[in-house]
Every structure is written in structure tokens, then in C-alpha cells.
Design a protein around this ligand. Structure first.
Ligand code: SAM
Length: 238
């Protein structure tokens, strides 16, 4: 499952440059019976299969003995929800062990024995933790210095500074009557910068007012927000 996403584009280049190293560990390699059994039926009955503790414990021990102690994150819909602040803080860790569940879940004692954090990628249930692990690796990788061609771009991305990103356009200047805003063609960088800040605030206000409540706005942002609110009120009244 991991071969495609980890061997394409930005993640591939980050691996080639040695900025990140990804090791895939198959829990089945740490089973001890001839059928390589990594799961079993749940005690007490009920639907689904449960991943066993012993192979997971052995896999964790082997990785942490060879690589040193680091946070052990279980991907789980019951974990704290992933957001950009969490991605930023995880990107400062020297290493991470990500544990992907499958089937009905993982023996609860794994949580007590080795897990240091549980992370969910949203309030829905997927078939396994592999895609959530890929999401986490992708989001963390693009935070690391030297990964993106233009370091500035991540600073302007949605969420990085607590706001949604401003709209972007490229050629042609007009498509089926849809025009690029004149200001972006003006060459006036001060005005473009102000327009982008304002659009970013407007989008956030209209789509994610919860983000604005959390953000501490500077003087310029407060005055732009005031302008936006007046324009919206004017539009509603007119
Ligand atoms: N029975 C579990 C529950 O309700 O909490 C769900 C198990 S799910 C079918 C199988 C595995 O997929 C989980 O152990 C977890 O690793 C992964 N998974 C599913 N949804 C996820 C989500 N939203 N975020 C992170 N991991 C998830």
C-alpha cells in the first residue's frame, strides 16, 4: 500500500535527499507460528478480528532497540484529531514509530504497553491505519526544511498561520468570461500583498470562523477584517 505514495513526487525526492527515512515494518514478520498469525477473534465474542499484542510488541522492541526511543503513535479514529499545529510539533521529532491498525482494532493492552499518542485523521472510520499513516508522513514531510522547492509556500498555506490560503490564478487571463482579478495583473506588489491578506481573511471568516476566533490578529489584519465585515453588511443591506 505504501509503495505508490512514498515513491512519488515530493516524498520521493525528500527520501532521495536523505531528509526523511521511511522504514516499513511488517508485523507478520514478528509472528512465531508457521501461519504467521497476527490477529485473533475477540474475547467475549463479537464481530471482526483483533490484532495481537505479541507480534506488535516484538516489532516495536526491534525498532526501538535499533533506532532509539521515540514517540509511538497509533493511528486510530479514537485519537486526537490531526491538525497543522500537531503536524508542526511532530515535524520537530527526530523519529516516529507509526502503528497502523486493521480489522476491528488492536488489543487494548498495546495502548498501555507501548503507545505514547493516538492520532485520528477525522471523524470517520477507514479500513486500516495505512492511509492515515501516509497522511501523517506527507503532512510532516512538507514541513521539513529543504523539502519544498519554495520554503515560502508552506508559510502561506491554509492553517499554517491560522488562516485559509488566498485564491490563486494562472494563465489565461480570461477563460469563458471568467477573469483574473485586475489587481494581480497590476504589478503593484504592495497592493497585491494587501489584497491577498484580505482575501485570506475573507475566506476564513466565511468558511471557518472558528479559526479566526483562535487567531491573534495584528493591527493590519484587524483593520482588513473590519473592512470585510462592512462590505458584507453593505452587500446584505444593499
Ligand atoms: N473499531 C475501531 C473503532 O471503532 O475505533 C475502528 C477500527 S478501523 C476499522 C481499523 C483501523 O483503521 C484502526 O485500528 C486504525 O488504525 C485505522 N483507522 C480507521 N479510521 C481512522 C481514522 N479516522 N484515523 C486514524 N486511523 C484510523
Amino acid at each position: 500500500m505504501f509503495q505508490g505514495p512514498f515513491n512519488e513526487s515530493i516524498i520521493k525526492r525528500a527520501r532521495e535527499k536523505g531528509i526523511i527515512e521511511i522504514n516499513l515494518i511488517n508485523i507478520r514478520d514478528f509472528t512465531e507460528d508457521k501461519h504467521k498469525t497476527a490477529d485473533d477473534t475477540p474475547f467475549g465474542g463479537g464481530a471482526g478480528m483483533v490484532l495481537k499484542i505479541e507480534p506488535i510488541y516484538r516489532a516495536w522492541k526491534s525498532v526501538s532497540e535499533s533506532r532509539g526511543e521515540c514517540p509511538v503513535i497509533m493511528l486510530s479514529p479514537q485519537g486526537r484529531k490531526l491538525d497543522q499545529d500537531l503536524v508542526k510539533s511532530l515535524s520537530k521529532e527526530k523519529g516516529l514509530i507509526l502503528l497502523c491498525g486493521h480489522y476491528e482494532g488492536i488489543d487494548e493492552r498495546v495502548r498501555e504497553a507501548i503507545i505514547t499518542d493516538e492520532i485520528s485523521i477525522g471523524d470517520y472510520v477507514l479500513t486500516g491505519g495505512e492511509i492515515p499513516a501516509m497522511v501523517l508522513v506527507d503532512a510532516i514531510t512538507r514541513m521539513l526544511p529543504g523539502v519544498l522547492g519554495d520554503e515560502q509556500s508552506k508559510l502561506e498555506d491554509s492553517f499554517y498561520n491560522g488562516l485559509l490560503d488566498y485564491p490563486v490564478y494562472t494563465r489565461p487571463r480570461e477563460f469563458m468570461g471568467l477573469k483574473v482579478p485586475d489587481i494581480l495583473l497590476s504589478g503593484n506588489h504592495g497592493a497585491i500583498d494587501r489584497w491577498r491578506k484580505k482575501e485570506s481573511l475573507k475566506k476564513t471568516l466565511l468558511r471557518r470562523p472558528d479559526l479566526l476566533e483562535k487567531k491573534i490578529l495584528n493591527h493590519e489584519e484587524l483593520s482588513l477584517l473590519d473592512e470585510i465585515k462592512k462590505e458584507i453588511a453593505g452587500g446584505e443591506n444593499g
